[in-house]
Design a protein around this ligand. Structure first.
Ligand code: NAP
Ligand code: MG
Length: 495
């Protein structure tokens, strides 16, 4: 075991420990190794960070947006230079296999490339006026000081979805990463520091949701909150932050379905399902957790799936032969197993996996066997609730209408997919799936950063991340009227 990294808070441009000096341990979920010591911050640290952000806002909002964009572009280049090293760190910090960790860093690099360009776009519009000799336009303003609260499952990608557009838009920030992934958060902040970000513009405060998070969501000087995480915490953030009239973006859970019609390319469908259900050990918000299959091909599909699921190689994600890494913690592993027990009690047919994995070296970490249930019905809890682990349920359907009804029968609405070669069926599904993301002839994961990302229904509160939608969230509209008539002109009256 190597010496643990030392994570620090970054406040007003100074790397520092928590005011109390308390720390927590950041563990490798594959081995139990202590990867880093991390500040266990409290409300006083948050207050200091918010004050630093408020001070920095005075000059950052006046920094020309293309200059802000250049800093983000440089940060992207630094991430690209360090991609391999950061990916290895990520695999050790939260377990996803190295190839996926590289993809996670790449998403940040892509986001930097896109958002740096927003420094020269961030388009508003000019329009007409109902009165003569009068000019009208709508422009974007930054909002002010914001809080970013992120989960552990995309330790680089999600923080870049929030920091890069928020910074280019002219806001200053306090960033609280998940307790499970502070190291990658620190590395992102270091990249922005090295890229030339002025002191106080981005502040990092590590600590628990219950202390650091709570202080942030109720802090009177925080004007907006961008939150990604569970539905339970998201609702709480919405209610506390809503009371303070903050602008709030919530990206929450999913219960994403793949529909397989009887005319589908089955080899392709199986590949797409395996990749989106068991990648990142099922811990992606867009992970496929339900397969809704047309009755005539049910047996054929299940037969192919079960072989593939049993053959998945479980282990430490640094090993190139491993396809499925650990889950994030013992608590998560036990919660996943609890759901599997519920599924069995509810009468679903367990056909692969179904238990914790503790053979040999696996015993040092938190591993769960890739698990497959058949004969699941939409009313079962395993078909409705987010399990966030390598557990997949197969549900039978009678034709497209029934499949769509079943796909839409959950409280969430993040991602969905359909495998079919029939253009009429495909376009019906695109129209009728109540999700923020729809894939055709691909699994439920794999968003690209220049399109809007987010969900309908219980997955959020109507905002989107990434693409131009991110700029919409991180800016205020300002309407500007310029009257060059030289006389009083009254709108709606002098017509
Ligand atoms: P979580 O438990 O809700 O935590 C998310 C963040 O909120 C963490 O930083 C957490 O801090 C913080 N937090 C906890 N309690 C808080 C409080 N009272 N006030 C303010 N902040 C608080 O979620 P998670 O387990 O990390 O992540 C998994 C969930 O995220 C899943 O439901 C998944 O679907 C969802 N997710 C959604 C998307 C999307 O874009 N839709 C993307 C990825 C993940 P601590 O770490 O200290 O607890
Ligand atoms: Mg960890």
């Amino acid at each position: 075991m190597s010496t643990p990294y030392r994570v620090q808070n970054y406040i007003g441009g100074i790397w520092q420990d928590s005011a109390s000096g308390k720390t927590t341990e950041d563990l490798n979920p594959a081995s139990g190794e202590v990867l880093a010591l991390v500040p266990d911050s409290a409300a006083a640290d948050v207050d200091q960070a918010v004050a630093a952000a408020a001070l920095a806002y005075q000059s950052w909002r006046l920094t020309p947006p293309p200059k802000r964009g250049e800093i983000v572009a440089r940060a992207g280049q630094i991430l690209a230079r360090r991609k391999e090293e950061l990916a290895r760190m990520m695999t050790r910090e939260m377990g996803k296999v190295l190839e996926e960790a590289k993809g996670d860093v790449q998403e940040g690099i892509d986001m930097a490339a896109y958002m740096s360009g927003e420094g020269r776009r961030s388009f508003g519009y000019t329009t007409t006026s109902e009165l003569p000799d009068k000019f009208a336009m709508a422009i974007r303003d930054p909002i002010g000081v914001g809080a970013l609260i992120t989960p552990w499952n995309f330790p680089m990608a999600i923080p870049t979805w929030k920091t890069f557009p928020a910074l280019v838009a002219g806001n200053t920030l306090v960033f609280k990463p998940a307790t499970d992934t502070p190291l990658l958060a620190m590395e992102l902040v270091r990249a922005l520091e090295e890229a030339g970000l002025p002191k106080g513009v981005l502040n990092l405060v590590c600590g628990s949701g219950g202390t650091v998070g709570e202080r942030l969501i109720s802090h009177p000087q925080i004007q907006f909150i961008s939150f990604t995480g569970s539905g339970e915490v998201g609702r709480h953030v919405a209610s506390v932050g809503g009371e303070g009239l903050k602008r709030i973006s919530l990206e929450l859970g999913g219960k994403n379905a793949v529909i397989v019609m009887d005319d589908a390319n089955l080899d392709l469908a199986v590949d797409g399902i395996i990749w989106s259900a068991y990648g990142t050990a099922g811990q992606r918000c867009t992970a496929c957790s339900r397969v809704i299959v047309d009755r005539p091909i049910h047996h054929q599909l299940v037969e192919r799936l079960v072989g593939r699921v049993r053959a998945l190689n479980l282990g430490d994600g640094l090993d190139p032969a491993v396809q499925v890494g650990p889950v994030i913690s013992r608590t998560a592993r036990d919660r996943i197993h609890g759901y599997v027990e519920v599924g069995v009690q509810e009468g679903a047919r367990l056909i692969a996996g179904g238990d914790v994995a503790e053979d040999g070296a696996l015993a040092r970490g938190h591993f769960y066997q890739p698990t497959l249930f058949d004969q699941v019905t939409p009313d079962m809890r395993i078909a409705k609730e987010e399990i966030f682990g390598p557990v997949l349920s197969v549900i039978e359907a009678d034709g497209l209408e029934d499949a769509l009804t079943k796909a839409n029968s959950v409280a969430y609405g993040l991602s969905a997919s359909i495998f079919s070669q029939d253009v009429n069926r495909v376009f019906r599904a695109v129209r009728d799936l109540a999700t923020g993301i729809v894939y055709v002839n691909a699994g439920t994961t794999g968003a690209e950063i220049h399109l809007p990302f987010g969900g309908q229904k219980g997955t959020g509160n109507g905002h989107r991340e990434a693409g131009t939608a991110a700029i919409d969230f991180f800016t205020e509209w300002k309407a500007v009227y310029v009257d060059y008539s030289g006389r009083l002109q009254r709108a709606q009256i002098d017509t």
